[in-house]
Design a protein around this ligand. Sequence first.
Ligand code: FAD
Length: 502
Amino acid sequence: MNRILDTVDVLVTGGGVSGCAAALAAARAGAKTMLVERNGFLGGIASSSMISNIYNHYIARDGRQVMRGIGVEVADRLVARGAGTPAWKFPDGRLVHDPEQLKLVLDEMMDEAGVRVLLNTLAYDPIVEDGTVCGVHVDTPDGRFIIRAGVVVDTSGECDILWQAGAPTRYAAGLSTLTFKMSNVNLEALYLHFKAHPETFPIGIDAMKNFDEFQDVWLNRNVLYFPHSGGEDWDLFQNAIKAGTFRKEIGQIFGMDSSCIIGMKGMDTAVINSQFWRIVSIDPEVVSPAELEAHEMCYYVADFMRRTIPGFEHARICQISDELAIRVSRGIVGEETFDKDERTVRGDIESNDPTANGTDIEYRILRSVEADERYKKSDDQLEANICVPDVIACRPQQKNFKLTGEFVSNYTVDIPFGVMVPLGVENILSASGKGVSAVPQTMLRYQSAGMALGQAAGAAAALAVQKGVRVRDVPIRELQALLLKQDVYLGDEARLKTLGLV
Ligand SMILES: Cc1cc2nc3c(=O)[nH]c(=O)nc-3n(C[C@H](O)[C@H](O)[C@H](O)COP(=O)(O)OP(=O)(O)OC[C@H]3O[C@@H](n4cnc5c(N)ncnc54)[C@H](O)[C@@H]3O)c2cc1C
């Protein structure tokens, strides 16, 4: 029998951005809170895979800030340290940050909130008594222990603890990428290249309608953002592919010409996101060889970029992601599910097809393979589509970039509490954006949504312990009131009145 390391109100398993938000919210709500993280640092893949770009789902097209709370605090602290781009509060904007300093910002916030953080600690084998999760086992450098907890919030990214506890899950074969960073990059030279040849600037799936926008973002917001899949529309890559001097696809990897490039003015580094893997990410027999091959492919792409891309002539790889980062894999089947039209559906809905590798619906939507009637809506409504009574966060609706030229709209959509509540097992929540109940599972996977979900889960867990109820039964108005106190946006005045919150 393992010894008991501690008994806490709220235990968070996984210290990525979602888990940190959960632990902060719980501790700030007065709960005795512990966070365990298997790595030696916080931030999850945002740190370890240098996902140095928080998609801006904070600001609606009409300028309203419709996501707030911990996600904004993190952004503001990054900016205050000079580790994030200050001019990020605009629709479609990206907050580009230094992933190393993200670790420090999160450390500082945990410390201030009084969260006990155990790094290098792997959670496994949850303790389930009569269908209720009461704690987890942990593997630490000092041996194996038990941590008992009133509520567990699983933010492991892939619902490891929920799955082990017997919660029903669905698996989506999301795309994986090994990102890398190059130093000695002359970002200004790349900008000047496109300035001289603006007609060659490619439109990617997620950013930059044209060269003018690329220029505006570089000159006025200090961000260099060469869009995901930009290389697919850029002669430089496409001519090389035709000439046989560069390959778009090798084995299970494709999109090597995607070449998303993200950098900040004043720095001579750029993060490159340029390979997509079609693999079953929860099978170690599959992932292990892929990890090894992915490293080689980073050098393959980097070598091509050095030889051909203006500004990269003297660049070299200075850092490679710690792991093949997974966009989505395992997610729960929740009390409620967020669907591809950003609606809430009660009960289970048809799963993603795990065999449909590479046909991730988010990608199909963003690439305009599917045209959708909803994009024809006029954009003059504000909170019209807020309809979920158990809303725990809002964010701008995502529009189809290539159809509309916009990534966000004036509409806000609700994120309901039920997407975090698993069927069949008590006192555990799923709060990684990629692990909540959504079909397709990509719908809430970005960092801003993860932090909003984490905050709501942490607050709900603290409230459940204080009230002595199952976390599933937390009084939703009290949770919303607590979230409002923690500066979460739940709609405009009229909406708050409807919910009885003002
Ligand atoms: C290649 C790629 C590009 C992306 N680009 C963007 C982008 O441009 N903008 C954007 O906003 N989002 C982007 N995303 C998505 C976003 O970065 C992630 O979804 C988000 O950072 C996930 O945060 P998380 O905290 O939910 O999970 P993770 O960051 O995965 O954190 C999970 C944590 O749990 C820990 N853990 C796992 N199991 C255990 C265990 N058993 N015990 C203890 N600890 C455990 C892990 O070590 C990790 O630290 C991208 C994702 C990928 C993969």
